[in-house]
Design a protein around this ligand. Structure first.
Ligand code: NDP
Length: 246
């Protein structure tokens, strides 16, 4: 597979989970890949090592998406290191699930900073450096469209903001030949949402397929969006949820 040879990708929040799977897939398809992490340097280095084993160049950058300028700084460091940037995958995300009255203002600010502001500022910085064929891909959630249980207000709000972000940027960047798309996963087995976790059975009960997905499932869709094959796809949200939202 070499759909992405000659390309440079940045995947945020890729020390584990979906981001790590995306980074590995992009490298296997030929891209040089930079990843970011916030608090897991060892895990991030392990992922970077696996990326290098594919024969591609790779670097792990500490970059806390909650910090206002961190996403733009990460983009600048990638361009410094690799000389260009073709693909941005804004994957870093967090969530708090609790009763409405229990959310704090700090939690509100942190969720919006990591899930929304960082996606915006990262894309803004990336777009400034991308040429024709650039790809901006953000990882949202199927909860942007459907919230079947209580406790998800803050998370769902942050992920639905990405729909507008995607549409707006697709209009801004379409004339430059840069596509902007949103990937909305359903339950994927990661630290954030383990398939053996407390909520897992209730989520499985909502899914047509009845089982969790793997990071690789999301990575396959992201690789398609990152490739030239997807050149006519922009401004849209692609849901990959095992039939959770139907
Ligand atoms: P995990 O919690 O398993 O992994 C999160 C990753 O993001 C880690 O690499 C973590 O780095 C990084 N990260 C967290 N906060 C920050 C930050 N402030 N700055 C930089 N990196 C950060 O999550 P998933 O892999 O499950 O989720 C990835 C994305 O997919 C998220 O946007 C999530 O909302 C979305 N998603 C996940 C679903 C699921 O069922 N798993 C379903 C729908 C959407 P570190 O190790 O350093 O903390």
């Amino acid at each position: 597979m070499s759909r992405l040879s000659g390309k440079v990708a940045l995947v945020t929040g890729a020390s584990r989970g979906i981001g790590a799977a995306i980074a590995l897939r992009l490298a296997r398809e030929g891209a040089d890949v930079a990843i970011t992490y916030a608090s897991s340097p060892d895990k991030a280095e392990t992922v970077a090592g696996a990326l290098r084993e594919t024969g591609r160049r790779a670097v792990a950058l500490r970059s806390d998406s909650a910090e206002p300028h961190a996403p733009a700084q990460a983009v600048a460091r990638v361009v410094e290191e690799f000389g260009r940037l073709d693909i941005l995958v804004s994957n870093a995300g967090i969530g708090y699930w609790k009763a409405l009255e229990d959310f704090t203002i700090e939690e509100f600010d942190r969720v919006m900073a990591v899930n929304v502001r960082a996606a915006f500022t990262g894309a803004q910085a990336a777009a400034a450096r991308m040429g024709q064929g650039g790809r901006i891909i953000t990882i949202g959630s199927c909860n942007a469209d459907r919230v079947p249980a209580p406790g998800s207000t803050l998370y769902a709000m942050s992920k639905s903001a990405l729909i507008g972000l995607t549409k707006g940027m697709a209009r801004d960047l379409g004339p430059r030949g840069i596509t902007v798309n949103l990937v909305q996963p359903g339950p994927i087995d990661t630290d954030m949402n383990p398939a053996d976790g407390e909520r897992a059975d209730s989520l499985r009960a909502l899914m047509a397929l009845g089982h969790y997905g793997e990071g690789e499932d999301v990575a396959g869709l992201v690789a398609y969006l990152a490739s030239a094959e997807s050149r006519f796809v922009t401004g849209t949200a692609l849901t990959i949820d095992g039939g959770y939202n139907i």
